[in-house]
Design a protein around this ligand. Structure first.
Ligand SMILES: [Zn+2]
Length: 337
């Protein structure tokens, strides 16, 4: 089966016997994919979703499979909420795995209470219309107020091999890149790779951590596995060409950063002046602001630190200045009740 044969529609798609992708078009802010790998009498879930409604909808769609092969293990590929905020929907007996740094970030960076607070009316007033409006467009469709974060049960640093009902699944940490820990799940007998947010297809990638060389190397490692089908964190099912496209984005942006840095522009001036070239059509283009900041940090270690809220403000400012479509986050049909 080729990637082009997998329709990009909301729901569960079988990629190989006992290997399914949960897809969430259009893959923009918060609309993340997930995976289910089933062996004899048990299953591994790869990522939960951004809120409880979305996660429960996905788990209900998986029920015909998980009735015979219940979820016994889960992986959070990384700490962004759209891959772990739904953890509490899993049965308490499920063992949740994550990279050690991911578990740390889940506890200390952007817990659901922070997202709920940012979207609350008093905060919107304090943040001003540009940032509050952008936050509402990107994240306003999700429900963060009722989430109790469940953190991972078992952590690993580099690699862990799971046996799921007799089936081998390799979990590998290819980060830091997108975040401080970025795990992929490789199902060798099916040739299917689940990458989390090391891959965005159709939307711009975003680098919260870096360095960019590590992201490029992570892409090389994915290609070296020779996967037939690749499930990105966001966007349609792809193959190694999708990995090369993400590498192309980073090489292009790294070159832009070098050029503008040499001309003396600040990182935000460079983000606003950037020529995105063939990548201009990618969704969520405002991610170029934090990306440029991270690339500048690599060029200039003394660059002052910008907190995550400052990154969100930079994206809102970029979107107001250069965004053509803005962001939109519409949950899948029926996902919110
Ligand atoms: Zn994501």
């Amino acid at each position: 089966m080729s990637a082009a044969e997998i329709p990009y529609t909301t729901g569960l798609h079988e990629l190989a016997p006992g290997v399914h992708a949960w897809l969430a078009p259009d893959g923009s802010w918060g609309l993340s994919n997930a995976g289910l790998v089933s062996g004899d009498g048990e299953s591994l879930l790869i990522d939960t979703l951004y809120d409880l409604n979305l996660t429960r909808t996905m788990l209900a769609a998986m029920a015909p499979i998980t009735a015979a092969h219940p979820i016994t293990h889960a992986l959070n590929t990384h700490a962004n909420g759209d891959h772990c905020y739904g953890n509490e929907c899993l049965d308490p007996s499920v063992t949740i795995h994550a990279v050690t740094e991911t578990a740390h970030e889940m506890e200390h960076e952007a817990p659901p209470e922070v997202m709920a607070a940012l979207l609350s009316p008093p905060a919107a007033e304090a943040l001003g219309p540009v940032l509050a409006g952008w936050l509402r467009r990107a994240f306003g469709a999700y429900e963060f107020t009722d989430i109790t974060q469940r953190t991972p049960d078992e952590t690993f640093d580099e690699q862990r091999t799971l046996t799921i009902g007799g089936r081998l699944v390799e979990l590998r940490n290819l980060g830091p890149a997108h975040t401080g820990g970025d795990a992929v799940a490789w199902v060798p007998d099916a040739g299917v790779l689940f990458t989390g947010d090391l891959l965005f297809i159709g939307g711009a990638p975003i680098m919260w951590e870096g360095p960019v060389d590590n992201w490029l190397r992570a892409c090389d490692e994915m290609i070296a596995l020779s996967p037939e089908l690749i499930v990105p964190g966001h966007g349609p099912v792809t193959d190694c060409d999708g990995v090369r496209a993400v590498q192309g984005y980073w090489r292009h942006l790294r070159e832009q950063a070098r050029q503008w840095h040499a001309k003396g522009l600040s990182w935000m001036e460079a983000a606003l002046a950037v020529d995105l070239g063939e990548y201009a059509e990618l969704g969520e283009s405002e991610r170029v602001a934090p990306n440029m900041y991270q690339l500048y940090r690599e060029l200039d270690p003394d660059l002052s630190t910008v907190e995550p809220l400052g990154m969100l403000a930079a994206m809102a400012q970029w979107d107001a200045a250069r965004g053509s479509r803005g962001s939109n986050a519409t949950p899948p049909d029926g996902a919110n009740g």
